[in-house]
Design a binder for this molecule. Structure first.
Ligand code: XIL
Length: 421
């Protein structure tokens, strides 16, 4: 049934009586897994993964030999029916320079070709974000507002820079931007050109776009995070981004994506933002909930989060799922993205595998309960070795592509749910 086709999960008709006896996998795959995630959840939601350049091109990566990458590729094909590029479509990579020759499409094209040739549902990530965006985007001739000095601009280190952490590697070497700025009109025009060009290039191929990423403020009472997008354009930068994306591909599902939505205060900001966009008839079609979690987040918290987010009436996509099995290191509301990648060092709990399995079982129970809303569940990487939080061993497969107890726990939840249907 449906093997190898990218039939949208929403269009799959559930056959009563088809469950309980269903075998998820006939053969033992490359990973040694005896089941596949995509088959186990086939009638509920897509199960996807972020993939990087090494996987889409088959070349060895920073931390993976060509032999390991070959296994990663086999594992991705065996387990997942949806993919998203981990980095290759971010502004800094796909559009590093201003001007006519400013775009570098090669890696993004490789991602799209990989997904299409494997019949996978393609997600594009991400069009407008405060991070991994080159400084030229914000540069112009307007003096920065009074009070913006090097010292205050360092406050932007969380928002518009890539610093000396993992973001600093791989040619993202930008510092805080304190120079003269573009006008609102200039920045809107750059945003429009970027969105029209990128979305237009992959029109009909990429089905879902993360249009705006992480615009919500973590602490405090402000709904929106301080960023150059907000400061230069104003709060309607979000509505404009969705409008441009909708113009470029009216069929694409346009997503607002953010993290820590398990945190009630941040989730309420999300609801405020999305309601306001809906009142303005902005074409926002889905909520992306990153779900960078740790083992303390289980069924109840996820159930509560999904229940509240579902009141918006939009599909919910779990967009970047990983569960840190180290103590600490969850992406808290205070932690910025870059520190998050490093706080996973050390502190691995002795029974990490068991705790991880329990956490994942609870999360998938919640996804299954909310299957009317949850349409996509994407892991942020195929296995622990290529995870951005590798030290936290946060995924279902280990660095040798072998399934961990958490994998079996997730499959067991699917079988349980399918048996009672
Ligand atoms: C991360 C990637 O996984 C890393 O390789 C990169 O160095 C930094 O970005 N939220 C997002 C993703 O929306 O784009 C981030 O991905 C993780 C947090």
């Amino acid at each position: 049934m449906l093997s190898g086709t990218a039939t949208p999960a929403s269009e799959i008709t559930r056959k009563v009586g088809d469950f309980g006896t269903q075998e998820f996998v006939a053969k033992r795959g490359e990973s040694g897994a005896t089941a596949s995630l995509k088959d186990a959840f086939r009638d509920r939601f897509y199960v996807g993964t972020a993939i990087n350049r090494a996987i889409t091109t088959g070349a060895g990566g920073l931390r993976r030999s060509p032999e390991q990458v070959a296994k990663d590729i086999a594992q991705v094909k065996e387990q997942f029916n949806q993919v998203v590029a981990e980095n290759e479509m971010k502004w800094a990579l796909i559009h590093p320079r201003a001007g006519a020759n400013g775009y570098d499409f090669a890696s993004a094209d490789a991602f799209v070709n990989f997904g299409l040739s494997n019949n996978m549902y393609l997600v594009g990530h991400t069009l407008v974000w405060h991070a991994q965006t080159p400084q030229w985007v914000f540069a112009g001739t307007n003096p920065p507002p009074a009070g913006v000095t090097n010292s205050t601009a360092r406050a932007f280190a969380n928002t518009n820079t890539f610093g000396t952490n993992r973001f600093g590697r791989g040619g993202f070497g930008f510092g805080p931007y304190t120079g003269p700025r573009a006008s609102r009109e200039e920045l809107l025009e750059r945003m429009r050109d970027h969105i029209h060009t990128v979305v237009g290039r992959y029109k009909g191929k990429i089905k879902v776009w993360d249009v705006v990423n992480e615009a919500l403020a973590d602490g405090g009472t402000n709904v929106l995070r301080k960023s150059l997008w907000l400061e230069i354009i104003g709060p309607d930068f979000i509505a404009k981004a969705f409008q441009y994306a909708h113009e470029a591909d009216p069929e694409a599902i346009l997503r607002y994506n953010d993290y820590s939505l398990e945190n009630p205060a941040k989730r309420h900001k999300l609801i405020t933002l999305i309601r306001s966009l809906q009142e303005q008839k902005v074409p926002v079609h889905a909520i992306g909930s990153q779900a960078h979690l740790n083992v303390s987040t289980g069924y109840e918290e996820m159930d509560q989060a999904l229940t509240e987010m579902a009141t918006l009436g939009l599909p919910i996509h779990i967009t970047e799922l990983d569960v840190n099995s180290a103590q600490g290191g969850q992406r808290t509301t205070g932690a910025d993205i870059s520190s998050n990648a490093t706080t996973t060092q050390g502190g691995l709990v002795s029974d990490a595998d068991r705790k991880l399995a329990e956490a994942y079982a609870g999360l998938f129970r919640a996804f299954i309960k909310h299957e009317k809303s949850v349409k996509v569940v994407t892991f942020w990487g195929p296995n622990d070795a290529n995870s951005w939080r590798a030290n936290g061993k946060p995924l279902l497969f280990d660095g040798n592509n072998q399934p961990k107890p958490a994998f079996a726990a997730v499959i067991a939840e699917a079988k349980k749910a399918n048996a009672v249907k």
